[in-house]
Design a protein around this ligand. Structure first.
Ligand code: ADP
Length: 258
């Protein structure tokens, strides 16, 4: 049975941010991972989070999910105070983890049905399988799927609870260029349904193609935020690609920190 439509956020600028983070700090054994990170994400937007390895992206995302406690700062996800209550928003968010986390011995049907049962409100497994071209693989073990098929299962899983916010961790890593493009279309479709989508990526073409907003973080701080076009325009003359803009902003942060 199809799910009743969940009320979707009103357009950006008129509503509580989907994510609102202020002065977030997190230190591991005295080493800072996040250093006063502040940012806001409008409901219904698609946002790319990019930054060098070690920039603090995973730490940030894990805090949003309620899996890590920040040392200081405020974290609001879908209007919910995650620091005060790290689990209260979990049924309203969906997360696509990396492929290695899939239970390889379960069939696709068992896998999706298992997680569907965890939520009082969940999507129909058959309908999800249709949307993600997985019908022919429902009785195949997850471990036997190709990389692209596994990623589709992981994305279907992220949507099993009809989430308002979807967090995707490097959703197309390792996929061939054609499969990547097909995957972008699936992500775009989710955004088109009013969901807020936050994804991490190292691929600038992916950020440019999918994101309304790009958040660049480096050494635990936000170093630039804006649409791909704005980020290029705000960089010095001669910068004409998002790759160049990214290199510019990360270099500026490194010089400032030195
Ligand atoms: P990214 O996802 O951008 O690569 P991370 O959030 O994984 O960044 O890491 C930020 C910093 O925190 C890095 O210096 C990393 O080594 C450190 N770090 C991350 N997780 C842990 C952990 N569990 N214990 C200790 N240090 C960690």
């Amino acid at each position: 049975m199809p799910l009743p439509t969940r009320p979707r956020p009103v357009p950006a600028g008129q509503a509580t941010p989907a994510i609102d983070v202020r002065n977030l700090t997190k230190t591991y054994g005295g080493k800072p991972a996040l250093r006063g990170l502040s940012l806001a994400i409008a409901p219904g937007s698609t946002v790319a989070l990019i930054g060098p390895n070690g920039a603090g992206k995973s730490t940030f995302v894990e805090i949003l999910m309620g899996l890590r406690t920040p040392d200081a700062g405020q974290v609001s996800v879908l209007g919910h105070d995650v620091v005060r209550d790290p689990r209260g928003h979990v049924a309203r968010i969906g997360v696509q983890l990396q492929e290695s986390n899939l239970f390889k011995l379960l069939t696709v049907r068992e896998y999706l049905a298992f997680f569907a049962k965890l939520y009082p409100r969940h999507a129909d497994v058959q309908a999800l399988a249709r949307e993600f071209s997985l019908v022919d693989f429902l009785d195949t073990r997850v471990g036997k799927l190709s990389g692209g098929q596994k990623q589709r299962v992981a994305l279907a899983l992220a949507l099993i609870n009809d989430p308002e916010l979807v967090i995707l961790d490097e959703p197309t890593v390792g996929l061939d260029p054609i499969v990547r493009r097909e995957f972008w279309e699936l992500i775009r479709r989710q955004a088109g349904r009013g969901r807020t989508v936050l994804f991490t990526t190292h691929y600038m073409d992916e950020a440019k193609e999918l994101a309304d907003q790009v958040l660049m973080i480096s050494a635990g701080r936000l170093v630039a935020a804006g649409s791909p076009t704005q980020l290029i325009e705000r960089a010095p003359a001669g910068v004409s690609t998002l790759d160049d803009a990214y290199a510019h902003y990360v270099r500026c942060e490194a010089l400032e920190a030195a």
